[in-house]
Design a protein around this ligand. Structure first.
Ligand SMILES: *Cc1c(COP(=O)(O)O)cnc(C)c1O
Length: 410
């Protein structure tokens, strides 16, 4: 008798975006003439830039010729890409990361979920609330939680509330935690963490022999030079942190698929006897056993992001989205919303300022303005009352949507 993984039965997953889709469809059936503007989902809309496309084509052409054809590549990624990453994303920022500490993959969604495999089942996991839903759901699938409880929490996870009251930076946990997920610039709140704030977490992890899983998928959106792009800009972080980066939001690779994970060679975790062991060989083993590398043309395309033209073009696209974010911020503030994020991240996080629940605001915006965003409560219980707009829409749609919000009556 084949038995299922019953942990999957605990999942409440698939609630948020399907529920948004259901409400939007129902509204459209009742109002077939309404033009609905979608600013909900975190997917980019601008095409890959010319330098990236050129490199992508070159990679495809090489595959068409017996002399340059490539079969299986190194599972951890081609050296040309890993070296470009180490030099540009780390060494140039004063972070000591080497090419052989970088694992190229097909996405940070997979990596942030899969990384749990190299940690024992008895770890206590701490997760920001609200958060990117993958962190919680993959812990549920892996059997690291108890049941789903009313109120939106799973037993066994340490939730770290991030609200306006604490500036969206969680308090250090009072109880013992072993693995800590942190995401900055943050999805969904669009907020960032300073060097001093990250230092506090690195020190906490060092004192508690914990490991930080740092998701910096949105680092390319940081405009303020004082904000760290990588956790490795913090002294001591090499000993306690794994970092996840993705080209998805940086350079429009959501449909192309390329990301990477950094596991420093001196990062340790412990056996049940308390003996320190490096995590790098474990992730190396996992990656080379269960993954066969990202396609060569995609890695060629990703490497083009680090060329002078590539860098310039990527910045132009980011500037386009950040102009949308600015328009959203200014419009929402003028309308009396409490607005956060959207300065060093593509997400604008706001509160009606009128004590409304997230889903009530969702329905109001859908019905009265025909504008779709994401209810904050869908990212975790502490997101209740908040709402997220993504700046990955077209400029024209953003201007039109903000104009409609001005007509709202309360
Ligand atoms: C979009 C996103 C990612 C990137 O996921 P990919 O699988 O690389 O496309 C990672 N983390 C967060 C928080 C995200 O929002």
């Amino acid at each position: 008798m084949a038995q299922i993984n019953e942990n999957y039965l605990k999942l409440q997953a698939g609630y948020l975006f399907p529920e948004i889709g259901r409400r939007v469809r129902e509204f459209q059936q009742q109002h077939p003439g309404a033009e609905v503007i979608k600013m909900g989902i975190g997917d980019v809309t601008r095409p890959l830039s010319p330098a990236i496309i050129r490199a992508f084509h070159e990679g495809v052409e090489e595959m068409a010729n017996a002399r340059t054809f490539k079969g299986y590549g190194p599972e951890q990624g081609y050296d040309f890409l890993r070296e470009a990453i180490a030099a540009n994303d780390y060494q140039q920022r004063g972070a000591d990361i080497q090419a052989d500490e970088i694992f190229v993959s097909d996405g940070s969604k997979c990596d942030t979920g899969n990384i749990l495999e190299i940690f024992g089942n008895n770890n206590t996991i701490a997760i920001q609330d609200p958060a990117y839903p993958v962190y919680v759901d993959t812990n549920v699938m892996g059997g690291r939680t108890g049941k789903y409880q009313t109120g939106g929490y799973y037993e066994g996870i340490v939730y770290m509330p991030c609200t306006a009251e604490n500036g969206f930076i969680p308090e250090l946990p009072k109880q013992k935690v072993d693995v800590i997920f942190l995401c900055y610039p943050n999805n969904p709140t669009g907020t960032t963490a300073s060097k001093q704030e990250l230092k506090k977490w690195v020190d906490f992890a060092r004192e508690n022999k914990a490991v930080i899983l740092f998701d910096s998928a949105y680092e390319a959106y940081i405009a303020d030079p004082a904000i760290p792009h990588s956790i490795y800009e913090i002294e001591g972080a090499r000993e306690v942190a794994i970092e996840f980066r993705s080209f998805s939001k940086t350079a429009g690779f959501t449909g192309t698929r390329c990301a990477y994970t950094v596991v420093p060679k001196n990062l340790m975790a412990y056996t049940s006897e308390g003996e320190a062991r490096p995590l790098h060989p474990l992730w190396f083993r996992r990656h080379t056993t269960k993954f066969n590398g990202v396609s060569y043309p995609v890695q060629k395309a990703a490497a083009a992001i680090y060329t002078p033209e590539g860098k310039k073009e990527v910045q132009e696209t980011i500037g386009y989205y950040m102009n949308n974010a600015r328009i959203m911020r200014e419009s929402l503030s003028a309308l009396g919303f409490e607005v956060y994020g959207g300065v060093n991240a593509p997400y604008v996080w706001f509160n009606s300022g009128r004590g409304m629940k997230s889903w009530d605001l969702f329905d109001k915006l859908l019905h009265e303005s025909n504008v779709v965003g994401t209810p904050g409560s869908g990212f975790g219980p502490s997101g209740e009352g908040y709402f997220r707009f993504s700046s990955f829409a077209s400029y024209e749609d953003v201007v039109k949507a903000m104009g409609r919000l001005k007509e709202l009556t309360w």
